[in-house]
Design a protein around this ligand. Structure first.
Ligand SMILES: Cc1cc2nc3c(=O)[nH]c(=O)nc-3n(C[C@H](O)[C@H](O)[C@H](O)COP(=O)(O)OP(=O)(O)OC[C@H]3O[C@@H](n4cnc5c(N)ncnc54)[C@H](O)[C@@H]3O)c2cc1C
Length: 323
């Protein structure tokens, strides 16, 4: 009897000529992959150095439909990936280092491979800006949050703080106050330097549960298993003190992961612009999720846009003239 040994496929076996390449493996990229695979486009997902995206850094997700109990972020992403894989998506655990959208098929390069793609979906997401303090990452999802819409219900009847003073910080505080017993809005500048729009400011100022702390920075995030509080420094008095907290919402902005595409695609404030449906200014290049969306920033909206981008890409590949 002859023994046939099947070689386990490696990254080298992945074909370089693709109908569609999806860059990023968060909810947008994986949903795009599910739809593209079902449309027989045999997608390749270049997953990046953080496969699964932002939800890999959180514990409980309570607002993704279909999970009556909470689902853990990494579990949700693992299920999405298995689904995409089962339908025929190939994955490459590498980072895209460069792209050339001036040639067709488009060129997508990692540090080890290069791919020719007839269509590309960019789903590289965004990263919330962090305080960059010790303990912060460890306590993310354990009292430290970057999204009130996602986590406010976990802060029911506890004292919480919001860091920041832009529109987002005020919106986060006004949402959080529906749950928390008290919200401290902590800002490193003076009252006069607050950038949030006046109507948000007025609503927050009128809310007796919101307290404003100006000229103050966070110097330490306290707690081991769960957030216990923060240490802050008043920049005027140089007085350092602790604030016990059950929740800390960091709302100091997001960084869209678009450095790679600078000068190659139209953007606004670093976010990729949609020109027609989910297509960018370059026909054949689509974008989905937090890399485009600076408003909603939710897993479900990213997934929804991933679906739209895959359907748009399929239609464009069929007949660009109809687009
Ligand atoms: C701590 C935390 C908790 C959250 N909780 C919730 C929640 O409870 N509910 C909710 O709806 N939303 C939540 N969000 C928001 C949600 O995670 C995002 O809206 C969603 O993940 C956006 O999906 P995305 O696919 O657009 O991008 P991301 O999830 O950011 O994924 C981007 C992907 O692109 C890849 N990538 C980046 N650059 C490259 C490159 N050069 N080459 C290849 N790949 C690249 C990354 O590796 C990653 O896989 C949370 C976010 C955070 C940070």
């Amino acid at each position: 009897m002859q023994l046939i040994l099947h070689k386990k496929p490696t990254d080298e076996d992945i074909s370089p000529n693709r109908e569609i390449v999806i860059i990023g493996s968060g909810p947008a990229g994986l949903t795009a992959a599910i739809y593209a695979a079902r449309a027989q486009l045999h997608p390749l997902v270049i997953a990046g150095l953080e496969p699964g995206g932002q939800l890999m850094t959180t514990t409980e997700v309570e607002n993704f439909p279909g999970f009556p109990e909470v689902v853990h972020g990494p579990d949700l992403m693992s299920e999405m990936r298995i689904q995409a894989q089962r339908l025929g998506t190939e994955f490459l655990e590498q980072n895209v280092m460069d792209v050339n959208f001036d040639q067709y098929p488009f060129l997508v390069l990692t540090d080890q491979r290069q791919f020719n793609a007839k269509a590309v979906i960019i789903a590289t997401g965004a990263e919330p800006k962090r305080l960059e303090l010790e303990n912060e990452a460890k306590l993310s999802g354990r009292g430290v949050s970057y999204c009130a819409t996602c986590d406010a219900p976990f802060f029911k009847d506890v004292e919480a703080a919001v860091i920041g003073a832009g529109d987002a910080a005020f919106e986060e505080a006004l949402f959080l106050v529906k749950y928390a017993s008290k919200v401290k809005l902590i800002y490193r500048g003076s009252k006069e330097k607050i950038r949030a729009n006046k109507s948000l400011q007025n609503r927050a100022l009128k809310d007796p549960k919101i307290e404003f702390i100006y000229n103050t920075i966070v110097t330490e995030v306290l707690g081991q298993e769960r957030l216990l509080g923060i240490k802050v420094l008043n920049l005027e008095s140089q007085k350092e003190y602790e604030i016990p907290l059950g929740g800390l919402l960091v709302a100091i902005g997001h960084i869209p992961q678009t450095q790679l595409f600078k000068g190659k695609i139209e953007m606004i404030n670093g976010y990729i612009l949609h020109k027609r449906y989910t297509m960018t200014n370059i026909p054949g290049i689509f974008a989905a999720g937090d890399v485009v969306d600076f408003r909603y920033r939710q897993a479900i909206t990213a997934a929804g846009q991933g679906c739209q981008a895959a359907i748009d890409a399929e239609k464009w590949l069929q007949d660009p003239k109809l687009f």
